[in-house]
Design a protein around this ligand. Structure first.
Ligand code: GTP
Ligand code: MG
Length: 198
């Protein structure tokens, strides 16, 4: 396993608080509870780095992590607030959209966006909207199917393929992943290192 230095940098509630754009960065988006924070912890080998929870809507700010692998240059990983959390009011939802949209449009060092979907369920309407938005704005993206440990091993590839077809993305731009078992971790690393090296 590669050695990695990883540390929490800052939480951003509005764009003026963004850290200096001096490193390449990759951001994670997806429904609330899909496993974004867990993915960060598994990827970086630190179970306590990003706060995870059973309560949807736990992450409410852009959370910046500075990552320095031993075999590559440093970069930021950005944990975003989840979408589709029913209990938040309309005004807050609009704030969310604004923050993410303005961030993704203006952040010059943003190299790629990872969209997470839950492999156990077919993609949801907000997942479609998100991926369409990413594609229409020419973002470099990857679709990660999470909670792969929760479906039969023999079904993982098929479910990922079905989700890719539904979302109308190339299956080469997808990875099945489990924060529980670490399945898909190496592939995900490769994508992130390729993406941040550009
Ligand atoms: N079995 C299993 N559970 C997972 C996996 N990833 C996340 N979970 C669980 O799903 C719940 C939500 O995970 P989080 O990582 O907090 O989800 P999030 O996307 O960061 O959620 P928000 O911050 O609310 O947007 C937690 O109870 C996790 O333990 C996985 O790969 N397998
Ligand atoms: Mg979270």
């Amino acid at each position: 396993m590669r050695r990695i230095k990883a540390e929490f940098v800052t939480s951003v509630a509005w764009l003026e608080q963004l850290p200096d754009a001096d490193l390449p960065e990759v951001a994670l988006v997806g429904r609330s509870n899909v496993g974004k924070s867990s993915l960060i912890n598994t990827l970086l080998g630190d179970a306590k780095l990003a706060r995870t929870s059973n309560t949807p809507g736990r992450t409410q700010t852009l959370n910046y992590y500075r990552v320095e692998p031993e075999d590559a240059g440093p970069f930021f990983l950005v944990d975003m607030p989840g979408y589709g959390f029913a209990a938040i009011n309309r005004a807050k939802r609009a704030d969310w959209g604004n923050l993410i949209e303005r961030y993704a449009k203006s952040r010059t060092t943003l190299r790629g966006i990872i969209q997470l979907i839950d492999l156990r369920h077919p993609p949801q309407p907000l997942d479609y909207s998100m991926i369409e938005w990413l594609i229409s704005h020419n973002h470099n993206y990857l679709v990660v199917g999470t909670k792969a440990d929760k479906v039969a091993k023999t079904k993982v590839a098929e479910l990922m393929l079905q989700a890719a077809e539904k979302l109308n993305v190339d299956s080469l731009d997808t990875i099945a992943f489990s924060s529980q078992s670490g399945f898909g971790r190496d592939k995900l690393w490769r994508w992130i290192l390729d993406t941040t090296r550009r």
